[in-house]
Design a protein. Sequence first.
Length: 376
Amino acid sequence: MRENRCHGINILRIVTIFIFFILLLSIFISPLYSEQDLKDNITPLLKYRLPKNVELCGERIPIERPEIYERLDLEFLLFLGNEAQIILWLKRSKKFFPYIEERLKEEEMPDDLKYIPVVESSLRNDAVSRKGAAGTWQFIPETSKRYGLTKNRSIDERFDFFKATEGALAYLRELYDQFGSWILAMAAYNCGEERLSKEIKEQGVNNYFNLYLPRETERYVFRIAAIKLILSNPERYGFIIDEADFYPPLKFQTIVIKVKYPIHLRLIAEAANTYFKNIKELNPQIRGYYLPAGKQLLRIPPGDLDKFIKKYKRITRLKKKKGKKHYYRVKSGDTLYSIASKLNISTKELIKYNHIKKGKKLKKGKVLVYYKYIIE
């Protein structure tokens, strides 16, 4: 009886060990995740592929060439990996794209050119680069001057999105006329037409995809193409923005005024029934606290324009005051009238401040005193 009991216990132990062994073996043989689990947990970026055909401004990008595919894929994946930046581009697009699209259509230029300010400034009108480029279109001072953008101590029209857009389109049209390709025009916009012309001449090649160019320029067109792929079809890549989440364009009305003396923007804001901050945001080209003398285009909040004009005239009449003392050294050929015109003051003021006797000629080298009136 005792032997049978011991025998039964041994059989139970053997069965238990066998079951344990089978369970242990199944852990190592069976996969940890099912095939469906692996598909569900794939890195999101691996789900996206470049389309078989990619065009920019109607010109085809030869992505059947492995090195071209790799260069475009690099920018495409880097951008997709920065989701916050893409969301900001999309939200800002309603502030900038409508005007650019309208002007491109009017000028019969490719709509794809609207993606240039995305790569240039991320659609930020206050962007300034380490090399001194500024504004949405990132004009450098030399180029901005060529295309009619004023830049001085008081005004920098590179920050005026509307004027800068006109300058950029004129520049791009000129580059296209020179190189006969919109893709080459974009490359020249980045590295300059002189540099691109030199490389084309030295290398004997006028195809962007076969040119050896500065590293930034070699990436430039591919970055614009990648931005186009994403922003033209954001839903495909998981970016679904509710209409209410887009940043709206600024609302304003435009007036051209003749400013006789520099006027503090605080007073402009008072006349427009708004704040100094609003006037600065609507007129980012004004660099300081004063709207300088001269014929000036001014943007103010929507409202009764007649009321603004009346208040503006009253303020300029009541708030005029003498500013800082300045000096001018008389040059050969100068007259009271020419000096007064140059300094934007009256001849009566020059005579009064310098005790000049009627009919007396000005001597070369004489230092004249004058005051710049301001309205504040």
